[in-house]
Design a protein around this ligand. Sequence first.
Ligand code: CO8
Length: 263
Amino acid sequence: MAYQNIIFEVTEGIATIIFNRPKALNALNGRLLDELSAALDDIETDEAIRVLVLTGAGEKSFVAGADIAELATFNTLQGKMFSRKGQLIIGRLLELAIPVIAAVNGFALGGGIEMALACDFIYASENAMFGLPEISLGIIPGFGGTQRLPRLIGSNRAKEMIFTGNMIPAQEAETIGLVNRVLPQASLMEATLETARAIAARGKVSLRAAKQAVNNGLNVDLASGCKIEADAFAICMASEDSKEGSRAFLEKRKPQFKGALKE
Ligand code: CO8
């Protein structure tokens, strides 16, 4: 697919998707979501990609939400279909076997914060602003925001953001656990890529197992979560990567992980 609304690059095992509609502050329209979906298809089938980073073009906005001009044309059924489409495509970020990092370089509003919430964690620039302004448009978050935000920052803080539609700055987002790190705009991408490279050097099998254990465990009680962890642990033990990891430690060298399940 020829991309017009995103830039999709892969360098040394790290894929970067840049939302690229800067004149509309990178707002999500149907076409952009289709392009994102196509890029995720490529990522899922490319064994060489170890980490995905999402960011926005320019220095003002990550994603300023769904495209309001497009939303305004929808009838009830089209609204529901667009919401499901966004939920399914954004939900794929969580389902990806590889880690996904959001580098939020400005506004992350509505569908934009919902996109970031489906990533494994968020780094933000100092000028980033986070919010769910849908209530001021007479709607509610429709790409998973009412579900993922309370799970991350607690229901009371999430309700305050959802009910008021107010934005919070990056520093406050870090304080409440929405964002892992706040960086100057100029160093956001390099810091994100540095973390991505560190993760990419780890074993693929154990990264996948760790992501699945955390994600699947969040939906069940603690005892069931620990069983999920034990199963994921067993998969790692069966992998060539785990043999290489302990061999390398004993031989006092860096491990060369191949991402292989069996020898
Ligand atoms: N959609 C379309 N265009 C947008 C959007 C958007 N979400 N946000 C900004 N733009 C456009 C503006 O219209 C403007 O275009 P133009 O230059 O042609 O007039 C350009 O981007 C620059 O924006 P501003 O001039 O407004 O820039 P400011 O710095 O003054 O303000 C803000 C920046 C505060 C980010 C402001 O643009 C704003 O409030 N934008 C809207 C944010 C918003 O409400 N987002 C939520 C949208 S709803 C949503 O995401 C629901 C998701 C689930 C959908 C479920 C489907 C049914």
